[in-house]
Design a protein around this ligand. Sequence first.
Ligand SMILES: C[S@@+](CC[C@H](N)C(=O)[O-])C[C@H]1O[C@@H](n2cnc3c(N)ncnc32)[C@H](O)[C@@H]1O
Length: 213
Amino acid sequence: MTQKKRKFKTQSFYDRIADVHNLALKINGYRQSVEKFLKSLDLKIDENSMVLDAGSGTGIVTLGFHSAGFRPCKTVALDLSFNSLKLSRGQFKKDKKVNAKNIVAVQGNILNLPFADESFDLVLSCGVLEYVPLDEGLREMSRVLKTGAKLVFIPVRPSLVGSVLELLYNFKTHPLTNVRRISQRYFNILSRHKFPITEPISWSKTIFLLEKK
Ligand SMILES: C[S@@+](CC[C@H](N)C(=O)[O-])C[C@H]1O[C@@H](n2cnc3c(N)ncnc32)[C@H](O)[C@@H]1O
């Protein structure tokens, strides 16, 4: 399948399932897990910082980031899916722990980010790079990050639950050896974290904290 067809297929899939997907994430406590993890990091984000949630879906990671207490100048939530973005905007506005004025939800492709080189102080990316060639996705995220800035990369990890999700959501899990090898082309791997086993996000996801070389 060509990149263009793949992109169209993914976009219309997430446009169809935005509500159900959002509900599933809420029931699973994804936001709380992301919030707890991000709170544990010293991300050096202040009122001048620019943050990108690359492949933001319905906004769960952006919400978790904000309820963790981070207050950047601007958070850009970017996704292919129009309906997911629409839903996310509604959630940002309603949420008391979030300053919606500082969040902008934009439609775009993570392989062709509409931003200048070295625009961001932090990129968050959860469950998205499984839809694109890993090298191209990481290279583009690295391009828009400032040197020394961090990427919180939350990929799907090979597991039984990961395989079921792969079928349901139509993506391809990247083997962790590839994740490490390809990440190192653009980033230093600062650490790898695991979500606690009691949290549903741990059944399918893992975390790499990366720093742009
Ligand atoms: C599994 S969801 C994860 C959403 C969100 N990061 C989260 O953790 O809730 C995958 C998202 O990636 C988006 N996506 C897939 N390929 C993309 C691309 N090339 N550019 C931008 N977004 C993409 C989909 O539209 C979908 O919203």
